[in-house]
Ligand binder design. Structure first.
Ligand code: ADP
Ligand code: MG
Length: 420
């Protein structure tokens, strides 16, 4: 039985939730006593916090159009179905790193989930200059578990193909990425915007930069055709809610079976944006130096812990149809397989670095910007930070193969900051 879709509001939501015994018990008291607050600050959906005498939940509902733009840009409600499927899958592999799901209603495109409190969106913490000592380990664990366990390294071919099929219908969300990330920033497009006139020259340069555009199109082709693992698909610092002790990854509505490096690159690219944005947030010149350093250390640590955990998982579960253990026996087999794992990780590093650069550029020259940079009120100062980020991003894309470790990326990031 499916419920007919209708957009909910603070008046109608309590009625829907009170019909769910689990949710009702969690909130406690009578539905009339519940408070409802719409808090969605995202680009796409409605997000409500519902509080009762006993507890609180979050209800996220998809709208049939893009919230940021309005009903002129329709978007399928079933993105909620994919988000729920991805959340369920992530919960299996990385329990404790995603919000708990209390209820899902496909007809209403409604996910009722754990209310994360006192967690805040990581981007806001990065703007304030808050250190999160456990973040790098948590996000690395999340990515290692979800990417390894949904890949053909861990799974038999049939199961892998079944998952590709399960997410294959999420095409319109993928198309948003294909257009806004991989295409629009490199052409004149209505939705593009940047800090004008300060960045007009570099925006025009990027549109004429044939080697850059070729590299980005190679990556777009990879995004379109590679089916390595179930990826979150939008893993920026606005999709992470945390406290110094706890980290949760939210909002996987862009999930599909795609290239692993796209998720890793999203994390790295958004940390690097936060790095360059610090100049716009420091109270006096240099007062965020220690924090800048901390961000780069986390960038390195994310990759270091990810690599370690991914390889541990691979060693522990050689259960997939690729690289079957019986093919690599004896010392020679072991050596060959060990060398291959190194090559695999190096390629994943290259992919991640390139996707990181691509994600940075789209946040500065494309439609959707980040609060890190947007909250810098002085346009020339913001443009200075953005130009540095663009300069590094271009290098990451053009020279992705040349970086042999994340420490070389952070070194390059420092060099761009130092050369201002
Ligand atoms: P969208 O898909 O529209 O971007 P998000 O899933 O990112 O929506 O949620 C929008 C905002 O709602 C988040 O930035 C966060 O502030 C809040 N939010 C989302 N999920 C939760 C949750 N489980 N607990 C607390 N706040 C949440
Ligand atoms: Mg979001």
């Amino acid at each position: 039985m499916t419920t007919a879709y209708r957009a909910l509001n603070d008046g109608t939501l309590p009625g829907v939730l009170s019909a769910l015994p689990d949710v009702r018990a969690r909130l406690g008291g009578a539905p009339e006593s519940w408070t409802v607050q719409e808090v969605g600050d995202g680009n796409l959906n409605l997000v409500f916090i519902i509080k009762g005498p006993a507890g609180a939940v979050v209800a996220k509902q998809a709208l049939p159009y893009v919230r940021l733009v309005g009903d002129s840009w329709p978007l399928p409600l079933d993105r909620s179905y994919y988000e729920h499927m991805a959340l369920s899958e992530q919960a299996r592999h990385a329990p404790g790193l995603v919000p708990k799901i209390h209820h899902f209603d496909r007809g209403l495109a409604l996910i009722v989930m754990e209310y994360l409190s006192p967690h805040i969106i990581m981007r806001k913490g990065l703007i304030r200059g808050t250190e999160y000592p456990l973040f790098a380990g948590h996000i690395a664990e999340f990515m290692a578990q979800t990417l390894f366990n949904t890949s053909a390294l861990a799974l038999p071919a049939a199961e892998h193909k079944q998952r590709i099929g399960a997410f294959a219908g999420n095409t319109e969300l993928c198309k948003i990425t294909e257009d806004l990330v991989f295409t629009d920033p490199y052409r004149i497009a209505k939705l593009n915007r940047w800090t004008t006139p300060y960045l007009d020259d570099i925006a025009a340069e990027f549109r004429r930069d044939e080697p850059l555009k070729i590299k980005v199109q190679e990556r777009k082709l990879q995004f379109l055709t590679s089916a390595e693992a179930m990826i979150h698909g939008d893993l920026h610092t606005g999709s992470i809610m945390l406290t110094p002790q706890d980290t949760r990854i939210i909002d996987p509505e862009f999930a599909f079976v795609g290239p692993m490096g796209f998720d890793i690159g999203a994390v790295i690219g958004n940390l690097l944006i936060a790095y360059y944005a610090q100049t716009g947030h420091e109270e006096r010149i240099g007062s965020r130096n220690a924090y800048r350093h901390w961000i780069l250390l986390q960038t390195e640590k994310v990759w270091r812990v990810f690599t370690k955990r991914f390889l541990e998982l691979w060693d522990a579960s050689r259960t997939g149809d690729a690289y079957m253990p019986e093919l690599f026996t004896g010392p020679e087999g072991a050596a060959a397989f060990a060398a291959e794992k190194q090559r695999f990780m190096r390629k994943l590093l290259t992919d991640s670095i390139s996707f990181a650069g691509i994600k940075m550029i789209r946040r500065i020259l494309g439609l959707a910007h980040t609060e890190d940079l947007e909250s810098i009120k002085d346009p020339p100062l913001r443009a200075k930070c953005e130009r540095q980020a663009l300069t590094l991003a271009r290098r990451l894309i053009l020279d992705a193969e040349r970086f042999s470790g994340m420490n070389e990326v952070t070194h390059a990031a420092r060099a761009v900051l130092g050369s201002r």
